[in-house]
Write a protein that binds this ligand. Structure first.
Ligand code: ATP
Length: 216
């Protein structure tokens, strides 16, 4: 892809608690980035996630681990706007601020299937599609079984044509098959609590950073 194509191609937005970041985040999202020909991929750690309890790791450590994970991956950048904002990290606010920065460029919000299925409980969730396309990655054990009303909403926006994500700035839903990795941050935290290794479940630089701190 030429430099000119890259700067006009969709921006991928991948938000999460990243408590901590693991290979189940990195590999699938790299596949989305490459397969869809995205111009860049922004990893956005949540400050205070609205849907769950307080993260176990501090925001500083979650950010450092994410930076280590993304450091040598071309096209990947860590975006700290949610950590810099006070209060809950609503994705709709994040997308609105990105849209201000990029008025016409396609934006693709990338979600694992579990997050996507929970969308109807998100703050002003229907507006997410006003700002961005939604790209859904399948995840082990998570079939697409939406509530009927949500299923209708998805069907009205669903496309099987990846070009649509380049041609329009927002509004489509696209399902992307990715390598299935049955890894979760919950499991990683449980292993650490038992004093067991998390090596090969997280990127090597992340494991080194955890290991240096006597974790992982
Ligand atoms: P936890 O176990 O603490 O709930 P998590 O492993 O689900 O965390 P998050 O940071 O909450 O990680 O997830 C960020 C995003 O990454 C979400 O959209 C989630 O669906 C997606 N994701 C996480 N793990 C995977 C995986 N193994 N495969 C595909 N998507 C994933």
């Amino acid at each position: 892809m030429s430099q000119e194509d890259r700067v006009n191609s969709p921006i991928g937005i991948f938000g999460g608690t990243f408590d901590p970041v693991h290979l189940g985040h990195m590999r699938p999202v790299l596949e989305v980035y490459e397969t869809l020909g995205l111009g860049e991929l922004r990893l956005i750690p949540a400050h205070v996630p609205p849907h769950r309890s307080t993260p176990q790791f501090t925001p500083e450590l979650r950010l450092e681990l994410l930076r280590r994970a993304a450091a040598d991956v071309p096209g990947f950048v860590v975006d700290t706007r949610e950590l810099e904002r006070s209060g809950k990290s609503y994705m709709v606010d994040t997308l609105a601020s990105l849209r201000e920065e990029f008025p016409t460029r396609p934006l693709c919000l990338i979600l694992g299937m579990d997050s996507f299925l929970s969308l109807p409980s998100w703050h002003r969730w229907e507006q997410l599609a006003d700002y961005a396309h939604l790209v859904v990655m399948d995840r082990p054990g998570q079939a697409f079984t939406p509530e009927p009303k949500f299923g209708v909403w998805v069907q009205a926006r669903r496309t099987a044509t990846p070009e649509a994500l380049h041609q329009e700035p927002a509004g489509r839903v696209y399902f992307q098959a990715v390598t299935q990795l049955s890894i979760s941050a919950t499991r990683i935290r449980a292993l650490m609590a038992e004093g067991r290794s998390v090596r090969f479940l997280v990127p090597d630089p992340v494991w080194v950073a955890l290991h240096e701190r006597g974790l992982g």
